[in-house]
Design a protein around this ligand. Structure first.
Ligand code: DOR
Length: 446
């Protein structure tokens, strides 16, 4: 049996920080104690002065496989994720072919096997035409049902009112939604075209993909979920005005939950001037006041999960004009570091960070034996060095698209080590090459 001892760590878990040693045997955590003697033949990682956390479970990524693998694929992006302290990811269905049949879903799992550095789960995509497949889904088959209630990358808009009613009525598992009201956006696009022609400045994006468009759609989603008592998780919230839709209650008491993404916690509209297309994403990055409201909502418990919405596109695709440039940015490698900067800046605390990136996704999606540092659980862990700054540059980027909105930025902390199912997958600034990811088990029924 392979033994690995992580010693002298500052363990952050379940709302507290304490000095601890953690023993791993094969793929499991077998002991957590103040001091553990080194077993014969064990490997030891001395984590003195560093934080040990459960790895991030990213509930929203676009790794682009199948069909768009020139932007990214399950192997490259899961490796970048692991280098960023993400030990599990849940991938979206806007690929090609779209994951909108149970056969396509099974095919995607088959393609992933043996190629992912981090653990994986896949969403089933709802459309205006596949309600029977949605109804037939079994618990565990997908992590959730993704409904684009606003059009975005991939032509998957679900806007038929009757289909939406039936989906919320019958969804056997959680519905996760992208909420932006497309007719409002189309109207705003027409106005921008009339004013600027094709050369719309990227700074117009939050006016086109407006707060009103977000609120109209998220209000509809909440209304549908309430009337049908469905489980609803609204993805990537971006505005202050939507925050009243969400309760401050603990997630164990809620059927409607909320997610925020790291780029919406980090950037605001003042960044368009410098970064332009690089930070074009849907929903749009909005005002500084919105960013502040998102941080406040996170601290109050209205927002339950922090994710990335990692959405790589090539640099040349992003170099196009406003209407042509695709929305989305690569984030998995640096998401945890952005959050540690927010911690260093006093905006959130580290116990809350761990709750929102690890514990909450494990609970809300019913993921078996992950998301916590507990004896008997899978050893999915990350060691973060808060005293070792990390500068993003072209030569340390791992996503296939090879660019980042953070190039040149120095983060205050760095990822020291990532462990997936007991295997060290990232250490000393390098991937070790272990392809340790496994399919996750999802157990939550509606
Ligand atoms: O910015 C985004 N990019 N938002 C989405 O909803 C989709 C994503 C993508 O797939 O590129």
């Amino acid at each position: 049996m392979a033994h690995l001892l992580v010693s002298n760590a500052r363990l952050v878990n379940e709302g507290e920080i304490r000095e601890a040693d953690v023993l791993i045997e094969d793929d499991r955590i077998t002991r957590i104690d103040a001091s553990i003697a080194v077993p014969d033949g064990a490997d030891v990682i001395d984590a003195a002065g560093k934080y040990l956390l459960p790895g991030m479970i990213d509930d929203q990524v676009h790794f682009r496989e199948p069909g768009m693998t020139h932007k990214g694929d399950l192997a490259t992006e899961s490796a970048a994720a692991a280098a960023g302290g993400i030990t599990s990811f849940m991938d979206m269905p806007n690929v090609n072919p779209q994951t909108t049949t149970r056969t396509a879903l099974a095919d995607k799992y088959a393609v992933a096997e043996g190629r992912c550095t981090a653990n994986y789960g896949f969403y089933f995509g709802a459309t205006n035409g596949n309600i029977e497949e949605v109804k037939a889904l079994e618990v565990g088959e997908a992590c959730g049902i993704k409904a684009f209630m606003g059009a975005s990358t991939g032509d998957m808009l679900v806007d038929d009112p009757e289909v939406l009613e039936r989906m919320f009525e019958h969804a056997p598992i959680m519905v996760v939604t992208h909420c932006e009201h497309s007719p409002t956006i189309w109207d705003n696009e027409a106005k921008a075209r009339a004013k600027y022609g094709e050369q719309v400045p990227f700074s117009e994006h939050p006016k086109i993909r407006s707060a009103a468009a977000c609120l109209a759609s998220s209000t509809l989603a909440v209304d549908l979920a309430r009337r049908h008592d469905a489980l609803l998780h609204i993805l990537h919230l971006t505005t202050a005005i939507e925050m009243d839709l969400f309760s401050k209650a603990h997630r164990s008491e809620k059927r409607i939950t909320a997610e925020v993404c790291v780029h919406h916690l980090w950037f605001d509209e003042s960044s368009y001037e410098q970064l332009g297309s690089k930070i074009k994403c849907n929903p749009a990055i909005k005002r500084a006041a919105d960013r502040k409201a998102l941080v406040a909502a996170l601290n109050e418990g209205r927002i339950d999960i922090i994710a990335t919405d990692h959405a790589p596109h090539t640099a040349s695709e992003k170099a196009a004009s406003y209407f042509e440039a695709p929305a989305g940015l690569p984030l998995v490698q640096h998401a945890m570091l952005t959050l540690f900067d927010l911690v260093a800046d006093g905006q959130i605390n580290i116990e809350l960070l761990v709750d929102r990136v690890s514990h909450a996704p494990a609970d809300l999606f019913g993921i078996t034996e992950r998301g916590y540092v507990r004896e008997g659980y899978f050893a999915d862990l990350v060691i973060v060095d808060p005293a070792m700054p990390y500068t993003v540059s072209k030569n340390n980027l791992l996503s296939k698209c090879q660019w980042s909105p953070f190039e040149g930025h120095q983060f205050s902390a760095s990822i020291d080590t990532t462990i997936v199912n007991g295997q060290v997958v990232f250490r000393d600034g390098k991937l070790t090459g272990h392809i340790a990811g496994r399919r996750m088990e999802f157990t939550r029924a509606r």
